[in-house]
Design a protein around this ligand. Structure first.
Ligand code: LLP
Length: 503
């Protein structure tokens, strides 16, 4: 999206290339401007939402996810505005798998979006934040009985049924409860979305949805329409993520409308709703050039209008489910730089106090990111280095070959564009506590998720009896364990362990 009017004139450092093989540093990645919505203040520090990132790091600690709240809201508004302009009979659902916490659920609700949820945990989080169940659309290729029960009992607005087993189970459960949930059928339209193979979900060979081949999707629609306890509202597809062209979605609109027309022909029933999923890509590094929200939505709206016309089908209610394009560019992750490791002629490693535990995407997909030394964001980048995570494996490299402004131990390093699928895919690998999440707006920062503590890490552990006999035998260990345990909040259960140690 470089070149979409999102850059300030300030020069800074960025990642440009990634190679799995260490190599001499002969190819110089150029510096590029700091992308909006980030900026630089008169102290030369990187800013977000009017806040100085170096101060945020000092106040909240690192690693830290910081979102520009206004940017998130504006992305949501752009989707709503442009969909309303090009296809008024429509609803935008935020794909909460991209990033969800209570504050985010509430924000999406405030902005008038529904929420796409894909697990009991996401449903619970949304309900806990006060989002009305009716505004939720539930996905999942293998929803558990408990998750379906939760959805039915809470009155989730729509359930997207993925397979025949789920269709029959849901029908039974709804009948038992005397309810009639609104359902959509997830269809795999067999369209190639030209993206990373792990995130292509609409092809025929997919774990998701009913394939059109062999009349399977048609059979599912007929079954759902015959059911007394299910209300078949429409059909859904999602053909992939990080898509840089709306073309495959145009094709999906045509395939889906053709299918709806086929169902009308076979059953006489007109399906009211068409959900085309999410997928709009974002700029991670220079050269990434996704369409703007407005043109993406315009293309989709037009494609659905044309397809409806072509099949003489009443215009369905159109839903879309963007995730990444709403949150990704709003966020940066702040880390503290450790001691540099220089291997002359090969590579300089800049280690940070996080890594694949808070951002598994580089290790998982080979994803690329840009970074800036937050303390000297206004300075020209000078050194090509690689940013290493702290997890105990060689593959934990956040960025290979990034030009930074002379990074030193103690600096704050900002990795940019980490809003989507970072926090939501974070783990406690190596028992590293997950970072806090902060929303910044108008110079104020608010904690949305507090930082995990060591106490949180052990709070679900059930310590076996034998733990008691280990510590006292080793001088000093008993005291260390006892004081760590004493420091733990809510140490009710742990106190039992401590008493054993004391004994
Ligand atoms: N709707 C459905 C049914 C989906 O499966 C997804 C994403 C979305 C909407 C939202 O798509 P988006 O607008 O965010 O592209 N972990 C991967 C991405 C997996 C996306 C899965 N489905 C990553 O880090 O790139």
């Amino acid at each position: 999206m470089q070149g979409e009017g999102r850059a300030t004139p300030v020069s800074a450092a960025v990642a440009v290339s990634e190679s799995a093989v260490p190599r001499a540093q002969e190819e110089e990645p150029p510096g590029t401007p700091i992308p909006e919505p980030f900026g630089v203040n008169d102290r030369g520090h990187l800013t977000i939402g009017g806040c100085d990132t170096v101060e945020l790091a000092a106040t909240f600690g690192t690693p830290l996810y910081v979102f520009d709240e206004s940017y998130v809201r504006e992305q949501m508004r752009r989707y709503r505005r442009s969909l309303a302009a090009h296809y008024p009979k429509s609803t935008v659902y935020y794909a909460s798998k991209a990033f969800l916490c209570g504050g985010m659920a509430a924000l999406a609700d405030e902005e008038g979006l529904g929420l796409d949820v894909v697990s009991g945990g996401e449903i619970f989080t949304a309900l806990h934040a006060g989002v009305p169940a009716a505004k939720l659309m539930m996905h999942g290729n293998n929803k558990s009985l408990d998750e379906l029960a939760l959805a039915l009992d809470a009155g989730v607005g729509r359930i997207v049924v993925d397979n025949f087993y789920e269709l029959s189970v849901l029908e039974e459960m709804a009948a038992e409860r005397g309810v009639r949930p609104r359902v959509l059928l997830r269809i795999t339209p067999g369209i190639e979305a030209h993206t990373h193979e792990y995130v292509e979900t609409g092809m025929v060979d997919s774990k998701f949805g009913f394939p059109l081949v062999d009349g399977l999707a048609r059979r599912a629609a007929i079954m759902a329409l015959r059911s007394k306890s299910l209300e078949l509202a429409g059909v859904h597809c999602h053909i992939g993520s990080q898509i840089f062209s709306a073309k495959p979605l145009e094709a999906a609109a045509e395939v889906m409308l053709a299918f709806m027309a086929e169902i009308r022909e076979v059953t006489g029933e007109v399906l009211e709703e068409l959900d085309l999923g999410g997928g709009l890509g974002v700029r991670y590094v220079e050269g990434d050039d996704p369409p703007a929200v407005e043109s993406f939505v315009r293309t989709i709206g037009r494609a659905v209008r044309y397809a409806a016309k072509r099949h003489s089908y009443p215009r369905p209610h159109l839903m879309i489910e963007p995730g990444r394009s709403i949150v990704n560019s709003a966020c940066m992750t702040l880390y503290t730089v450790g001691g540099l490791k220089e291997i002359p002629g090969v590579r300089t490693y800049v280690p940070v106090n996080g890594g694949m535990s808070d951002n598994p995407r580089p290790a998982l997909y080979g994803s690329k990111y840009e970074a800036v030394v937050a303390d000297r964001a206004g300075d020209a980048p000078t050194r090509i280095v690689s940013v290493a995570g702290k997890c105990c494996e060689s593959g934990d490299m956040l960025i290979r070959d990034v030009k930074l402004s002379d990074p030193r131990p103690g600096d704050i390093l900002a990795v940019l564009g980490t809003g989507a699928y970072n926090y939501s895919m974070a783990s406690n690998y190596n028992r590293i506590p997950r970072p806090a999440v902060v929303f910044a707006a108008n110079g104020e920062a608010r904690v949305m998720v507090r930082r995990e503590t060591y106490a949180d890490l052990v709070s679900l552990d059930v310590v076996p009896e034998r733990a008691a006999v280990i510590s006292p035998a080793v001088p000093g260990v008993a005291d260390a364990v006892a004081s760590a345990v004493a420091a733990v909040d809510n140490a009710e259960d742990l106190a039992v362990g401590q008493r054993r140690i004391d004994d």
